[in-house]
Design a binder for this molecule. Structure first.
Ligand SMILES: [Zn+2]
Length: 269
């Protein structure tokens, strides 16, 4: 799935996590942003596609294969490998906890006496980040198997899961819009909670579950099979079909708006 929807899905998770924070609005915003970062982070492994990769990182680690080959291979540092695993999510989450503690200590921001004390205080933020990371992994599962056969969710196990091809790599505007709606509704709830007393946790979780369920239905009811293994022979046909599906779902007007937004973006969306 595209990086924008991934990042915003992390943000959506963050709007739920923020409801569990006992601290102020600033802390809630931090939770939301960090969860969005968690939603983007797994795709850091696409760095091997960067034009300067071979002459810099590749050269430094003395890699014998090019970044382009690494990307579609099944090395632990290839795309959909280690950084698309639960363990990576846990390690990054612990790192966030340690970095927060160091920042608090160095800049004397808070009175956390120990690392454990600091992690405990920041637990909602750390869990939000982790769940933002995990939602990215879940979203990658219904994309095609391609050269990997899914994602290496249970790394260091060699098995790859997902790769079902229910959806195309991008052009999933309907899913994007559902994610944006979840964020919008939950942020409204967080804001009005300041003025009206109600159970914020229950409502934001409810909005998220409804959004997740609708997205799942959308993913599972595409009347086309995008599944392929290796390199796609009919790539253009898949690309066109994914756009046609969006046109059918969204209607001409909304589709045109989304398409022009897509054309403005420099990323695959
Ligand atoms: Zn990914």
């Amino acid at each position: 799935m595209d990086i924008l929807t991934h990042t915003l899905s992390g943000v959506a998770v963050g709007t739920v996590a923020a409801g569990f924070s006992d601290y102020g609005q600033q802390n809630k915003l931090k939770i939301i942003l960090l969860s969005g970062f968690g939603g983007a982070l797994p795709d850091i492994d696409a760095i091997s596609l960067w034009s300067g990769f071979d002459s810099t990182i590749g050269n430094f680690f003395n890699l014998s294969v090019s970044g382009k080959e690494i990307y579609s291979s099944k090395f632990w540092y290839s795309h959909h490998a280690f950084t698309h695993s639960l363990i990576a999510g846990l390690l990054f989450a612990v790192s966030i906890g340690i970095i927060s503690y160091l920042i608090e200590t160095i800049f004397k921001i808070s009175k956390s006496k120990s690392l454990i004390n600091s992690i405990n205080k920041n637990k909602v933020m750390i869990i939000g980040f982790f769940l933002g990371f995990v939602i990215h992994l879940i979203e990658d599962m219904p994309t095609p198997a391609s050269t990997w056969g899914g994602i290496n969710f249970f790394w260091p196990s060699k098995s790859y899961i997902g790769g079902t091809g229910d959806i195309w790599w991008w052009n999933n505007y309907d899913i994007f819009l559902i994610v944006v709606l979840v964020i919008f509704l939950n942020i409204i709830l967080i804001i009005i909670k300041r003025y009206i007393n109600f159970n914020l946790k229950k409502l934001t979780v409810g909005v998220f579950i409804i959004g997740f369920t609708i997205a799942l239905i959308q993913i599972k009811t595409r009347d086309f099979d995008f599944a392929y293994v290796g390199h796609a022979k009919n790539y253009q046909q898949f690309e066109n079909k994914s756009k046609q599906i969006q046109k059918d779902i969204l209607g001409d007007r909304l589709y045109k708006i989304m398409e022009s937004f897509d054309n403005k973006l420099k990323i695959y969306f």
